[in-house]
Design a protein around this ligand. Structure first.
Ligand code: PLP
Length: 401
């Protein structure tokens, strides 16, 4: 049987239609979009069309779309670039941000900024009272993700934007995980800036966009030629930009259908997990239709991920794989989850090619693996090394959740 891929929040397969749209721009239409001749003009038109597709997909104007190399770069550009144009005050971000928001925000302390986290409750929802309290301090910049990559919990960004604007702060949202899974409108969210990434929506890797309120002054972080109106220098990656545009259009046109299908798969998954006695994170909160995050107390998350991999299921553990130490997920710790339980976390993120049969088979296999691993735990010698930890593979070097 073919392995089942349940890790769509890490990345998605490239859609066949997206690939088809991209192919001509590798060879026949290979021009540099800045060149004046016909080859260049064809590339420029392709970039302009894609800009329109991205803008249409999120209710923005094409002139507000800046292409960058992905979500990480968009978040860095916004945080560093907006801060550089402001007098240092407070930068406030939610306690569950992706490291590519958290780290640049933390780094602003080196240039005199005060760093503040907005806390979340046990289900991973933003604590609005804390947001209000934090914004009483003079705040230049705030960032709250629309949906969390681990829990799938969706935040009320429009409410935060209203408070942040009232406090005179620039407000940004990382919509990388929400986009393509729930409707996303730049205008309705009322933010100054929003981050998107193509490879989470069946588009190519290495391309994304920062959507900006035109009145916002941002200092470019990569300078050189005047690409992207001077905000991001570097010859445009035309095939990737075309693929991103196509993926955006497909994401919006297929949204209703795919979210209904994902929701029914996830509901069956949740039901099966509950029946097996799993702890479900983010339970009860508004969540993305495709994401489930759970733990079996005493069963190490990475060990379970590797066991499931051997059984043909690609899922993710909740650990931040950024060092050699098995650090539990900072997202779960921010939600008040005990370190030991956080180490047991496993994430399932479904996609549009998944089917109910795969979920049913997964639940069966999971039950067998849990039974087997629990027996291993109970036969561990007293005071001896943990057999589950000993089975763990060498760790990856980068953050994938
Ligand atoms: N923001 C969130 C919430 C993410 O989940 C990710 C990727 O996992 C990123 C940003 C980074 O995006 P990219 O992989 O395009 O750099």
């Amino acid at each position: 049987m073919l392995p089942a891929y349940f890790d769509h929040n890490a990345t998605t397969p490239l859609s066949g239609r997206v690939l088809e749209a991209m192919l001509p721009y590798f060879q026949e239409s290979f021009g540099n979009a800045s060149s004046r001749h016909a080859f260049g003009r064809a590339a420029r038109k392709a970039v302009d069309d894609a800009r329109e597709q991205v803008a249409d997909a999120v209710g923005a104007h094409p002139s507000q779309v800046y292409f960058v190399s992905g979500g990480t770069e968009a978040n860095n550009l916004l945080i560093k670039g907006a801060a550089a144009r402001l007098r240092p005050s407070q930068v406030a971000v939610s306690a569950v941000e992706h490291p590519c928001v958290m780290k640049p925000a933390l780094a602003l302390r080196e240039s005199g900024w005060k760093f503040r986290r907005f806390s979340v409750d046990n289900a991973g929802r933003l604590d609005m009272t804390d947001v209000q309290a934090a914004l009483r301090e003079p705040t230049g910049l705030a960032s709250v993700m629309l949906a969390n990559n681990e829990t799938g919990v969706v935040q009320d960004v429009a409410a935060v934007a209203e408070m942040a604007r009232g406090a005179g702060a620039v407000i940004h949202t990382d919509a990388v995980q929400a986009f393509g899974k729930v409707p996303v409108s730049f205008a309705d969210l009322n933010v100054h800036a929003m981050t998107l990434s193509a490879h989470k929506i069946y588009g190519p890797k290495g391309i994304g966009a920062l959507i900006l309120d035109k009145r916002l002054d941002i200092m470019p972080q990569i300078i050189g030629g005047g690409h992207e109106k001077g905000l991001r220098a570097g010859t445009e990656n035309v095939p990737a930009i075309v693929g991103f545009g196509a993926a955006c259009s497909l994401a919006v046109s297929g949204l209703g259908q795919s979210s209904l299908q994902l929701q029914s798969l996830r509901e069956r998954l949740d039901q099966g997990l509950h029946a097996m006695g799993a702890v479900l994170f983010g339970d009860g909160a508004a969540r993305l239709p495709n994401t489930g995050y759970f733990a079996f107390p005493g069963i190490d998350g990475e060990t379970l991920v590797m066991a499931l991999d051997r059984a043909g299921f690609a899922v993710a553990s909740g650990s931040a794989c950024s060092s050699d130490s098995a650090e539990p997920s900072p997202v779960l710790l921010a939600m008040g989850v005990e370190r030991e339980l956080a180490r047991c976390a496993v994430r399932i993120s479904l996609g549009r090619e998944n089917e109910m049969g795969q979920v049913e088979r997964f639940l069966q296999v999971l039950q067998e693996e849990i039974f087997r691993l629990k027996r291993l735990v109970t036969v561990a010698p007293q005071g001896g090394s943990d057999p589950l930890r000993a089975m763990k593979p060498a760790r990856a070097e980068s953050y994938t959740v």
